[in-house]
Design a protein around this ligand. Structure first.
Ligand code: ASN
Length: 590
């Protein structure tokens, strides 16, 4: 099957090392978990040398592969305990090479600590440039926590990081480990999904949306508030429109400062004040409050509310999350509203796992002001929550929306995006100019042509800024090389617009920059005559400022002075005389 045509050019990744472009290098970090366990008298324990076993499985390793001279292997000389395996040629014609880095101390994920998260994150960072994508073999018990925290620690991620594991060890005759690893390798080897994801039982989930829902079923995970990003059935279906991409073009960065002073408080009917008090006590700095239903709590219990308020006032960030598997907290009930009134922040539909790890990540920014931390907790950073939206947020009058579209387009690497961006760029620059968002215009103009216009009227951002009299914007556009001579569909140059709208500062600047009124000057004498007969001195001044003669004669040979006199416009006459207009001109009738 030809992958590229089957996916319509969708972000398929081949390794850049290969001549044919059909080799992919995946780093597999084997951290532990049931997938690599075997039974002992003391219970299941992690086994070493996973690679030796996998090499015996033909669907996971092609023993007959003849090394290809054009394929360069990633330099892994800095790593110990690493094995190279190669998958059979895939149905897409791709060879997936994977390198298993086995952790010295492989853990049941129940033993994972925050420093283990940092170790995994650093392994990805240290190998980021050498591999096309990453898989983390991990125990299922705390996999959702690890997936969530990694999603926050990884800033500007533009490679796939997939966590997987199993419920039954891969060494057993009947197991789910083999399919889970195979599926993760298929995704890592063929699809560019630049997120931290979790692959389990045929589904690829956004990691920070998952939760372990079953300890006795192969379908161990769910992502209650977000459908899977991909499903592996007869075909692999990827929901490309659901993929969350970093909306920044900055480099990949790992932030390892996690704050351990976080906790979870799950409410239950009859919970004592003493229990609530004990969790709110220092050194705790962040609490995930698992509330009832749509975010509710016992609001009639004054002391209970007081304890939470005191904590919030002390600077503890309390995030309101629902105990329900599905749905969000909202300010619908009296029993929920009170929490927001005392400074608790909304977790919307975030999972407790993601809320806790996000808190730890945000509280790791020690120098950030509290209000900013709270704002970020309510902001969707990595696709972890659905933020309440309303129509106004999608208005082109909103600079944030324009910036969001622009940066999303910038961050995308799909070829089609190039054309979409080209089509949208004029709309974004013109809208930002109209709104006076100078910094957005600056950003957009650095990337693309400043002389763009919408096809239906050919008006450039400079026309718009000149019409609005926005001197700063005109300056900015000129600095970015905006052409002063563009003529719109109505025959106007930016200077002509500035004159008609009496934007004197702009007229001066455009004149100094060499602007003119363009080719369509035929009706100008009439326009100036009309200004004179309307006693519109400001308009006459504008024409004069633009260097246009006030002696121009209209089609009947009459000058502005003729019209001003006939219309008894004293101010016009005075102004025209002060400009030394010719008083002896005769019209066509003599
Ligand atoms: N206790 C195991 C772990 O989390 C469970 C599993 O992986 N299925 O490591």
């Amino acid at each position: 099957m030809d992958l590229e045509s089957s996916e319509m050019g969708h972000t398929i990744r081949y390794s850049s090392h290969s001549e044919l472009g059909k080799y992919v290098n995946v780093l597999v970090l084997y951290t532990g978990g049931t997938i690599g366990m075997y039974g002992t008298e003391d219970g299941l324990k992690c086994r070493s040398n996973m690679a030796d076993f996998l090499k015996k499985l033909p669907m996971l390793h092609d023993d007959n592969y003849v090394p290809n001279v054009s394929k360069t292997s990633p330099d892994v000389s800095h790593e110990r305990n690493i094995d190279e395996l190669v998958m059979p040629l895939s149905e897409y014609g791709v060879r997936v090479f994977y390198y298993i880095k086995e952790y010295e101390e492989k853990k049941d994920s129940s033993n994972m600590q925050m420093n283990d998260w940092v170790d995994i994150a650093m392994d990805v960072k240290n190998n980021y440039d050498k591999f096309d994508s990453f898989i983390v073999l991990h125990g299922t018990d705390t996999m959702s926590y690890t997936a969530s925290v990694l999603s926050f620690m990884f800033q500007n991620l533009d490679k796939s990081v997939i966590l997987t594991g199993s419920q039954v060890p891969i060494f057993e005759q009947r197991n789910d480990g083999r399919d889970n690893l195979l599926g993760a390798l298929m995704i890592a080897g063929h699809f560019f999904i630049p997120e931290v994801t979790l692959f389990f039982h045929g589904n690829l989930y956004r990691g920070n949306r998952t939760t372990k829902i079953n300890s006795g079923d192969f379908q161990a995970f769910d992502s209650p508030n977000l459908s899977p990003l991909a499903t592996m059935k007869v075909k692999i279906d990827v929901r490309w429109d659901a993929i969350f991409r970093s909306n920044s073009s900055k480099q990949f960065h790992v932030r390892t400062d996690l704050n351990p002073n976080v906790g979870v408080l799950r409410l239950f009917p009859g919970i004592t004040d003493a229990t609530v008090e004990s969790i709110c006590r220092a050194p705790v700095e962040g609490i995930v409050l698992e509330t009832f239903g749509a975010g509710n709590c016992p609001n009639h219990r004054t002391r209970f509310i007081e304890i939470l308020k005191e904590a919030a006032d002390r600077g503890v960030i309390i995030v309101n999350c629902t105990q329900c598997l599905k749905g969000a907290v909202i300010k619908a009930y009296e029993t929920g509203k009170i929490l927001f009134d005392i400074g608790v922040v909304s977790g919307s539909d975030i999972t407790p796992e993601a809320a806790l790890t996000k808190l730890s990540y945000i509280l790791g920014y020690r120098d950030m002001p509290l209000e900013e931390k709270k704002r970020l907790m309510e902001t969707n950073l990595r696709g972890e929550m659905t933020v309440a939206i309303d129509e106004s947020q999608f208005s082109l009058k909103d600079g944030g929306f324009i910036r969001a579209i622009a940066s999303t387009l910038k961050a995308s690497s799909v070829e089609e995006m190039h054309y979409i961006r080209k089509a949208l760029h004029p709309l974004l620059v013109c809208s930002a100019t109209q709104n006076g968002n100078a910094d957005i215009v600056e950003e957009l103009c650095k990337k693309d042509n400043v002389d763009c216009s919408l096809e239906y009227d050919d008006r450039t951002p400079l026309h718009i800024a000149a019409t609005n009299g926005d001197l700063t914007m005109v300056q900015k556009l000129l600095e970015h090389g905006a052409s002063i001579h563009k003529v719109d569909k109505y025959g106007a140059t930016p200077l002509l617009d500035a004159i008609r709208f009496k934007r004197k500062d702009v007229i001066r600047l455009l004149r100094e920059s060499g602007g003119n009124i363009g080719p369509g000057t035929l009706g100008i004498a009439t326009e100036i005559c009309v200004a004179a007969s309307n006693n519109d001195v400001a308009l006459l001044e504008s024409w004069n400022l633009a260097g246009i003669s006030l002696n121009l004669r209209n089609t009947t040979g009459r000058t502005p002075l003729h019209e001003a006199v006939c219309a008894l416009c004293k101010e016009s006459v005075e102004y025209l005389l002060s400009r030394d207009v010719d008083v002896s001109v005769r019209d066509n009738l003599g």
